[in-house]
Design a protein around this ligand. Sequence first.
Ligand code: FMN
Length: 172
Amino acid sequence: MDVLEAIRTRRSIRKYDRDAAPVTAGELRAILGAGFAAPSAHNRQPRHYYVVRDREKRETIARIGRYTKMAAEADLCIVIAGDTSMQKSIELLTMDCSASIENMLLAAHGLGLGAVWCGVFPGASLEVDTLTSLVGMPTQQVPLGIVVVGRPGETRESVDRYNPAFVHMEEG
Ligand SMILES: Cc1cc2nc3c(=O)[nH]c(=O)nc-3n(C[C@H](O)[C@H](O)[C@H](O)COP(=O)(O)O)c2cc1C
């Protein structure tokens, strides 16, 4: 699948095939590699990735968030954290982690897996303290997202969201 096709056809997948083979170590490595490959401000790469495969831990992630229920049925979650000792700006940290998350979603899709981005930020509808202690995250790191991954248990059509009304070409 080429990059434009991957971008065009990616959808959030929240249902997973529990009878299918688990995500392999090679697939996980490829997804993480895509995360590391993302751009970051000043190329500081201030991102950490916590892989959660354990079922009980995934059930906790499902329970502590209003929009994270799918984590219980997935194969794994990747909690992504920004390192405030490497990048002081929370705005840049958030952008750095977001670029990484999108890369991981596209990589998962390109591998035939299903994934969804769950937003995490201070004040989000998710118990952030429970999440950080669950994965053993040190205090200088701030969790900024969770990528939930599994073998797809649903098919979702691609949608063309191009809207010329929101494209502002220069005059002339
Ligand atoms: C910053 C951000 C946070 C999101 N958080 C959640 C979430 O907590 N739970 C969820 O199910 N989907 C979440 N999503 C996925 C969006 O709901 C989804 O991308 C959107 O509905 C468009 O659908 P698509 O991804 O299939 O194109 C999030 C997406 C973004 C970009």
